[in-house]
Design a protein around this ligand. Structure first.
Ligand SMILES: Cc1cc2nc3c(=O)[nH]c(=O)nc-3n(C[C@H](O)[C@H](O)[C@H](O)COP(=O)(O)O)c2cc1C
Length: 455
């Protein structure tokens, strides 16, 4: 039976677009990494199109490695800190949600709880925290570690971290503010709660010094394909950003995560599985392919090697483009995302040269890349949606704003014609637009005799 809900859509944001050569596109605003105009424009286009959110991936470190390649690839070298950026963008927009990435490996829970609650208030309920444990060594070097802490350790800390943040967000019950000037009473002291968390990684007294936010708590996004990542997602996430490279794999991933939710008392409606999708669209297939070719032709080989090496955690410097991939340089176990690593390793095992790999990666990037006409792209999205392999997509547009404008102009009307995407926002908050239920404050629930009522 056809689904009755509609697709959720988000714009994935690296400043100039997902392709490392995007900053060289004729329409790129090369000042865009340090001035608000460009990213505000991307937000406004996304909002006018009625997208659910703008998604800011992040890492608290400049990339390290081949300095010549990095000098040609600004993505990780010069960019806004996402929470600062979304606090500005959120007051200049009205309906668009903002997903900002922040790492449980390097923040403290109190900081995260406070920052996101503040932005949820400032935006009128449009904030979302993308929970990551981080995925590259360079981050660790900035926080007193010798590279990235081990995977299991990161997830153990990450899991406790999220619990503490949720606890802090419940500090004020939703109706705790009395605001009675005549009586001189600001808040009801019985509705403000001290967490007193003492765990393996954190000791946090609380309470949080900001009232419950418009969404009850900010929406939670998560991106991690490992066993620990899926468990954390099933327990806490409301948006899951996946990278599986075909429908069957993504469906299996979606089913796997969703099947784990019942044991946490959660409904599968409260988790939106959103694969990343690289979209290259043109009026004709040839036009779409020409756009891809332009970017690949502008991708310097040093950048290509570095980009591939970064995801594979392998140093590819000095490897000729017409040579097969040097398998001996691959780590047996990646430190970062296992999902991305396994997907690229599968392609390598087919015996391609380094040059072919770079081309493949530059076009398809993290798994799902589609180059084609509006109908082909809408068919792809509809098939995944109807099969239950996706509740929506995080659009990894190769260039910003050019590819975003193309998508809005060419693909969106086709999705709307098929009844697959909204004409208007349904609600005011990101949570309402995503169709997620309102979380219940634990203390208010206990006051109601343990019955979880909507707040
Ligand atoms: C689709 C996707 C997007 C991710 N985006 C980020 C990101 O923006 N910043 C970051 O530090 N880590 C990111 N990660 C990695 C997460 O930090 C993740 O916690 C870590 O790589 C372990 O993932 P795993 O569960 O797949 O092994 C991403 C991972 C995936 C699969």
């Amino acid at each position: 039976m056809a689904r009755t809900d509609t697709l959720k859509l988000g714009t994935f944001v690296y400043t100039f677009g997902f392709n490392p050569a995007a900053w060289r596109h004729p329409d790129a605003d090369v000042q865009g990494a340090n001035k608000i105009d460009h990213l505000l424009n991307v937000a406004k286009i996304s909002e006018a199109a009625k997208f659910d959110f703008m998604f800011l991936a992040d890492s608290p470190a400049a990339a390290i490695g081949d300095a010549d390649a990095l000098a040609r690839s600004p993505t990780k070298m010069n960019r806004f800190e996402p929470l600062s950026l979304i606090s500005a963008l959120s007051v200049l927009t009205e309906k668009l949600g903002f997903v900002a990435t922040a790492s449980t490996s390097y923040y403290e829970p109190y900081n995260i709880a406070r920052l996101f609650a503040s932005i949820d208030h400032l935006s009128g309920g449009r904030a979302c925290w993308n929970v990551v444990t981080s995925d590259h060594d360079e981050t660790g070097y900035n926080y007193g570690f010798e590279g990235l802490p081990p995977h299991a350790e990161r997830y153990e800390r990450g899991s406790e971290f999220v619990d503490v943040v949720f606890g802090l967000w419940d500090s004020f019950e939703p109706d705790a503010l009395v605001l009675d000037k005549a009586k001189g009473l600001y808040h009801d002291k019985d509705k403000l709660h001290t967490l007193n968390h003492k765990g393996k990684h954190f000791q946090v007294r609380g309470p949080l010094n900001i009232a419950a936010s418009p969404q009850g708590r900010p929406v939670i996004a998560q991106a991690g394909g490992s066993e620990a990542g899926m468990e954390l997602a099933a327990r806490t996430a409301e948006i899951v950003f996946s990278l599986a490279s075909n429908l069957e794999r993504n469906k299996a991933f979606a089913d796997n995560i969703k099947s784990r939710m019942a044991k946490y008392g959660r409904s599968t409606n409260d988790l939106k599985l959103m694969p990343g999708l690289v979209v290259n669209v043109g009026e004709t297939k040839a036009e779409a392919q020409a756009k891809v070719d332009f970017l690949i032709d502008n991708l310097h080989p040093d950048v290509g090697r570095w980009m591939l090496g970064e995801f594979l955690e392998a140093d590819l410097s000095g490897v000729a483009l017409d040579q097969p991939f040097p398998l001996e340089r691959l780590p047996t176990e990646p430190k970062g995302s296992k999902a991305m690593f396994e997907w690229l390793r599968d392609f390598i095992m087919e015996g391609h040269t380094v040059g072919e790999l770079i081309r493949f990666y530059a076009e398809k990037s993290t798994g799902n890349g589609i180059t084609g006409t509006p109908t082909e792209i809408a068919d792809f999205m509809e098939e995944w949606f109807q099969a239950g392999a996706a509740d929506g997509f995080i659009l990894m547009l190769p260039t910003l704003p050019a590819s975003l404008n193309d998508f809005v102009k060419l693909v969106l009307p086709e999705l709307r014609r098929r009844g697959l995407f909204r004409e208007e926002y349904e609600g005011k908050t990101l949570r309402e637009n995503l169709g997620l239920s309102m979380p219940v404050n634990r203390y208010a629930a206990a006051r109601n005799g343990g019955i979880a009522k909507e707040t």
